[in-house]
Design a protein around this ligand. Structure first.
Ligand SMILES: [Zn+2]
Length: 400
């Protein structure tokens, strides 16, 4: 589904011409610049609004279907009692921003992050690196606390359902903070004061776009990927794609017994770039893994969660290393999610992010394999996945 269709749906307009008519644009039915400008608020979830005579927050809230509290949250430096004509306000629109009923592209991710940062200015965004194809890798941070945790998703392209999982959590958490509410029973404000959450919702945006249609035949990287995939005809293209667009499996590219991972995967026939399981030419040969290592060094989290999909299982060890407290917290994660806490099978037990984190930090790091079935998991599984992982995500903030 195209982005403009999501915008039309939210605007309640049956087609582009109708939206153009409402916005006072020529009803051409075409996606020109001004039309994108009119669609954008429905994708970012807020409007830049200039105060007119007679305005107050209640009137503005009623006009845009939002609440006074949402406007106050989005404009922390403005005094609601001292509005002046022409003043610029950020007005959140009255819908949940993160869609969970459609594939996540990189473009949609950026719109959601920008929108959440506008609605909740206590949330900060920055880019931690850039892919080989020039997509910047966004990271969100929220919290004031001295404890730090790092959650990441979509190392693997066709496990992209983990991106809306983290994004919906971010939205629900930010809203709970702003409303002084609770998340999974925890006081959101208490978590916010205790812990700083660093979140990388899409480690592999090039690969995700290949799988979800953000990349189309003819786009940079698409044909190269298809050529690489031809070397592995048994793997469906692009749905079976896990790697980045250079054909390197990012979760086999960390310096944690990488040579062992190489040996295992070469023995299975993954000897050159392709859709999955190729370890790269060297540890950290890829910009995405290098960016994750740099972010980890910068933030030194006490806990990391890496989201994948396959098996309803939580992996918590590297070799025989058991970081202090890791088993106990892992058991609590298992209890709140119904997932099982397990040791990693030997064939896939090396060179992952979690492996590297445990090896170099000896602090709790987990791979959560959410959901079961064939990747990419269908969005019909999303509600269950979210329900089962909300406890893990909140508990991580409370205990990490
Ligand atoms: Zn995975």
């Amino acid at each position: 589904m195209e982005l403009y269709e999501l915008a039309l749906e939210r605007a309640g307009a049956p087609n582009l011409a109708e939206l153009q008519r409402r916005e006072g644009l020529p009803p051409t039915g075409r996606l020109d610049g001004p039309t994108w400008g009119a669609l954008l608020p429905w994708l970012r979830g807020y409007r830049d609004y200039r105060v007119v005579p007679g305005d107050n927050y209640s009137r503005i809230a009623a006009r845009f279907g939002t609440t006074v509290r949402a406007i106050i949250t989005a404009n922390p430096s403005q005094d609601p009692l001292r509005l002046y004509v022409g003043q610029l306000l950020t007005v959140p629109l009255g819908f949940e921003l993160v869609p969970t009923d459609r594939p996540f592209s990189y473009a949609l991710l950026r719109l959601c992050l920008e929108g959440l940062a506008a609605r909740y200015p206590f949330l900060t965004l920055r880019d931690i690196g850039e892919t080989a194809y020039g997509r910047k890798l966004p990271q969100a941070a929220v919290g004031l606390g001295p404890r730090r945790v790092l959650y990441n998703a979509s190392h693997h392209a066709n496990e992209w359902i983990t991106t809306p999982l983290l994004m919906k959590f971010l939205e629900d958490y930010a809203r709970a903070i702003s409303e002084n509410g609770r998340i999974y029973g925890f006081s959101a404000q208490a978590l916010y004061q205790r812990t700083t959450l660093h979140l990388v919702p899409m480690v592999n945006p090039d690969g995700v776009d290949l799988v979800t249609g953000g990349l189309q035949p003819g786009d940079p990287g698409y044909e190269e990927a298809r050529t690489l995939a031809e070397g592995y005809p048994a793997i469906p293209f692009p749905q079976g794609w896990k790697a980045n667009l250079r054909g390197v499996d990012l979760n086999l590219n960390y310096p944690a017994r990488w040579e062992q991972a190489r040996q295992n995967k070469f023995a299975q026939g993954y000897t050159r770039p392709g859709p999955r399981d190729y370890v790269g030419t060297a540890p950290l040969s890829e910009p995405e893994t290098e960016a994750m290592v740099r972010l980890t060094e910068l933030t030194e989290p006490g806990l990391t969660l890496s989201y994948h999909t396959q098996g309803d299982v939580i992996y918590w060890k590297f070799l025989n290393m058991e970081p202090p407290g890791a088993r106990e917290l892992g058991e609590r994660f298992a209890a709140v999610s119904g997932y099982t806490l397990e040791d990693v099978p030997f064939a896939s037990g090396f060179a992952g992010y979690k492996d590297w984190f445990i090896l170099t930090r000896d602090r709790p790091g987990y791979t959560v394999e959410a959901g079961m079935g064939e990747n990419p998991l269908p969005l019909s599984r999303f509600p269950e996945i979210y329900r089962r992982n909300l406890g893990i995500l909140a508990l991580g903030l409370a205990e990490g």
